[in-house]
Write a protein that binds this ligand. Sequence first.
Ligand code: SAM
Length: 291
Amino acid sequence: MTEAISAQLEVLRARGLEPGLYLVATPIGNLSDITLRALSVLLQADQICAEDTRHSARLLQHYRIGTRVRPYHDHSSPEQREIILGLIKDGQAVALISDAGTPLISDPGYKLVRDVLEAGYPVISLPGPTAVMPALTSSGLPSDAFCFLGFLPNKSAARIKRAAQVSTLDATLVFYEAPSRVKASLHDLAHVLGPRDAAVVRELTKQYEEVVRGSLAKLAQTFDARDVRGECVIVVGPPGEEAEVSDDQILARLQHALRDHTVRDATRLVMDEMNLPKNRVYRLALSLERS
Ligand code: SAM
């Protein structure tokens, strides 16, 4: 460790920690991606709440952090949150970490943050690793406006509905996805969003890190032929200037909506979701019903 790094850690240590909840981002693969401030908070905190204590042990052992660790996830009972709140009320600094990346970003922590704030105690969020940002910036897709949408629903009908809801957003879309569902999601996204540029970003910061770029349809084809492993993010570019929603995209959404709704209700649902004029959607809904 260089003298400058040791000195910086010493400065942080000398400042000490106020009581409160510290949200500490941890590496998403490469352990060197931790920040000096994250290390300092984890070393000095009175307790660390971890999504999975065994999983986090590797990180903590690597940096020889001996702080006491207790489990916390969003299924933890309100009583568990009360206990953590009690520690903060008693003047303790409590750090929250998830298995990887930034807590609360598709990870536990929201309920705890809400409770701590409601009780009037500070929540301090340390910026650091998360998969959203490197996925977006390495995708080669526009990064000026983007929308992070977390995980898509597991079932195809719900996925199609979700994609239709965001189809008119003038922004790059970022989805987290489990490897087992990447193929199906790419097909559904291609079906609803049409010929947009996209990227699948895999295993960020790890040995087999890769970015596969192409149209959604091309990516669906590419991944059909592959055994998808590791952690993946799907990034989809915004609709093109000329890319009005096509009749095929509306028909795809209507087909699903008509399974559970009348023509009139399906029309209303799809026109609201896709922000389209009623006449156009109604005409397509009628044509579907006739056929
Ligand atoms: N809190 C984390 C964050 O800040 O990114 C996300 C946790 S979420 C449970 C896990 C998902 O994040 C994975 O399914 C994948 O979509 C994405 N992810 C996490 N690490 C990744 C990595 N190294 N490469 C690509 N995607 C990753």
